[in-house]
Design a protein around this ligand. Structure first.
Ligand code: HSE
Length: 349
């Protein structure tokens, strides 16, 4: 049985959520899918760990939740001196998991890491949104030419399969509009504020639960949702937009009074990301909108996300599910790995 050997760049909420799933589901995955994987490398800003015989996932999680990864215990083949570039290209690894924080203002380093991995013959699974938002056509062409796998299910709606639904299940349909609640932090905050929490309390809770980005400005000002919208536009409409081409507003202006007024009118504030394709031209925005409670997106509460794809053939197709959090987004990495595994088996067959 083939064993995938993974290098993780980043070991925050998502990296740890994925590691936990890999550890807890190892037997099940082996029996059900003949799938086996081990983490051989973890690189973060503070620590570098590489062991070609496989790192101990429980010890990694224990160290990460305690004094930090530098407390990971030594072993005969363990190296602590590799930089990110050396780890990505290491001959004893076959797949890069890019679970570093998204920085849409400076996407260059993340894009370069994905390119380096493809040039070194590695598969890539990214949860970092920057490479998909800014360089999807180039990177997907590189992967295709090299016959490598490029997975990015986790960049929109965590493990809820918004990308696979659009690219695989709806392949062949014509999608003219995308509309969704695609930032969990702000949706959680709006729900908590409706229940009486202050803006600061709601944000602190979202951070404590691991929903918010490392810099939560990206969430509350709408840039995270705009980044995901850019990704959906790239994947579904084949156009690469920049952030400044999205009419982007966040929830920073929504205070208790606005919430109360909406409630009194039988409505609810939602941060809605939408994009419409008309005659080859895309119009896109992210903005808080007061929706009547009868609107399906108004019922999406807390950390849940939802996206509606408006298709020519079936009208709206809506998917709802968890859109943030370590384990739900870690699941996206696992789901991409299983997609890689299916592809590998199909190629072998
Ligand atoms: N900060 C993001 C959110 C995480 O709240 O939706 C998932 O992309």
């Amino acid at each position: 049985m083939y064993t995938y050997r993974l290098v993780l760049l980043g070991f925050g909420a998502v990296g740890q959520g994925f590691a936990r799933l890999l550890r807890d589901k190892a037997d099940d995955l082996r029996v059900r899918y003949q799938f086996r994987a081990q983490i051989v490398g973890v690189y973060t800003r503070r620590a570098s760990l590489f062991d070609p015989t496989g790192l101990d996932t429980s010890a990694l999680l224990h160290a990460a939740q305690g004094g930090g990864l530098s407390a990971y215990p030594g072993s005969p083949k363990l190296r602590r001196d590799l930089d990110a570039a050396a780890m990505i290209a290491h001959p004893e690894a076959d797949t890069l998991i890019l679970a570093t924080p998204t920085d849409l203002a400076d996407p260059g380093p993340a894009v370069a890491q994905v390119k380096r991995a493809f040039q070194a013959g590695k598969n890539v699974i990214t949860v970092n949104k920057a490479p998909i938002a800014t360089a999807y056509p180039e990177l997907s062409a590189l992967a295709k030419d090299a016959g490598l796998f490029f997975g990015y299910e986790g960049v929109v709606m965590g493990g809820t399969p918004a990308v696979r639904l659009a690219q695989e299940a709806l392949a062949g349909s014509r999608i003219s509009e995308i509309r969704g609640v695609i930032n969990g932090t702000t949706n959680y905050m709006l729900s908590r504020m409706e229940a009486g929490a202050s803006y600061a309390e709601a944000l602190a809770e979202a951070q404590a639960k691991g929903y918010a980005e490392t810099d939560p400005t990206a969430d509350v000002e709408g840039y995270d949702a705009a980044g995901k919208l850019i990704i959906l536009i790239a994947l579904l409409f084949g156009q690469t937009l920049r952030l400044d081409q999205i009419d982007c507003h966040g929830i920073t202006e929504i205070g208790p009074q606005a919430i109360a007024e909406a409630s009194a009118a039988g409505e609810r504030w939602k941060l809605i990301a939408s994009a419409r394709l008309t005659d080859g031209k895309v119009e896109a925005s992210v903005k808080p909108i007061r929706l009547p409670l009868s609107d399906p997106l108004a019922g999406v509460e807390g950390i849940m996300n939802a996206v509606t794809y408006v298709t020519e053939e079936m009208g709206g197709v809506t998917l709802t599910g968890a859109g943030a959090g370590g384990v739900p987004t870690g699941f996206a990495v696992l789901s991409d790995l299983l997609a890689l595994h299916r592809k590998r088996l199909a190629g072998a067959g």
